[in-house]
Design a binder for this molecule. Structure first.
Ligand SMILES: C[S@@+](CC[C@H](N)C(=O)[O-])C[C@H]1O[C@@H](n2cnc3c(N)ncnc32)[C@H](O)[C@@H]1O
Length: 282
């Protein structure tokens, strides 16, 4: 059984354990302790003298060991905030990133005048884009595809009672097979170059299938753009999340395939290439 410990002592020990392994050691420790105690962050900062029960201390210790071993906080907690939703995440899905909110914001902006459209989220993972989009555009018809059946199960849990059609398969193939046409394609596909995947810390815990974008990172984007004419209506919009530095290459791929399209690059708050918006000719 653990010795009696206070919030202050538990946090100070946690900072010491996580500082060598996490750039956000203090935040990680506080967030994990909040979840153990089921309190808000202000509570752990204000009530340092509160004692943990032995069970709480043991659970905190277990979670700290997992975090010290590199496991992301989101997988330990099984949850991650995305835009205005709190999503279930498991190691079967990529942890949704704040950068992806740029794509969602663009999708909401370009559908404000025609909310009852048909949209697809390709490579939905946790369902972050499909679920949040449908929550904000309830009259839209929303499809979501993924090649991973395990990811689709997580996405369906996140959709709860939102009416989204989840389809398993390669990119847009499930829509092509059903002769479905859409006004909007959203896609945050794997875009890390194969040679870089193993070198990155994310590959230790997040699914390889969600990361590896082939030799130059753009294999899936290229294939998606090849399929897009078979599912889009005139004037449709394609929003692609990309990696920093992939803007010019992605815009060139879109321009080669879609004569008359308007192609635009959106940067993230760090100034990195993040979303390519392709508005097809009407
Ligand atoms: C980078 S993750 C993005 C997940 C989610 N859209 C998000 O933004 O958090 C890419 C997703 O694409 C899926 N994926 C990989 N290859 C695919 C393919 N050929 N067809 C459909 N989905 C694919 C992966 O399983 C993974 O869920």
């Amino acid at each position: 059984m653990s010795a009696v410990t206070t919030i202050r002592a538990a946090l100070s020990d946690a900072y010491r354990r996580l500082e060598p392994v996490s750039p956000s050691a203090r935040l990680d420790a506080q967030v994990l302790l909040c979840a153990v105690l089921d309190v808000a962050r202000a509570h752990v900062l204000a009530y340092g003298e509160r004692e943990l029960t032995a069970e709480q201390a043991d659970r905190f210790d277990d979670w700290l060991s997992r975090r010290a071993n590199g496991e992301p906080v989101a997988y330990i907690l099984g949850r991650r905030a995305f835009f205005d939703r709190d999503l279930i995440v498991t190691p079967d899905v990529l942890i949704p990133r704040p950068e992806t909110e740029h794509l969602l914001e663009e999708a909401l902006a370009c559908t404000a005048e025609r909310p009852a459209l048909t949209a697809v989220d390709v490579g939905t993972g946790s369902g972050a884009l499909a679920v949040t989009f449908k929550a904000h555009r309830p009259t839209a018809t929303v499809y979501a595809t993924d090649i991973s059946a395990a990811a689709l199960r997580v996405a369906a849990r996140n959709a709860a009672d939102l009416d989204i059609t989840f389809l398993a398969g390669d990119l847009l193939t499930p829509l092509i097979e059903r002769d479905i046409r859409v006004d909007l394609i959203m896609a945050n596909l794997p875009y890390i170059a194969s040679d870089d995947v193993a070198r990155l810390a994310v590959s230790r815990h997040e699914p390889h299938l969600a990361l590896d974008g082939g030799a130059d990172g753009l294999d899936l984007v290229r294939r998606l753009l090849d399929q897009a004419p078979d599912v889009t209506v005139a004037g449709a919009i394609i929003l692609l999340e990309i990696g920093a530095g992939q803007g010019s290459a992605t815009m060139a791929l879109a321009r080669e395939r879609f004569a008359g399209a308007s192609v635009r690059l959106i940067s993230d708050y760090a100034g990195h290439d993040r979303v390519v918006c392709v508005a097809l000719a009407r």
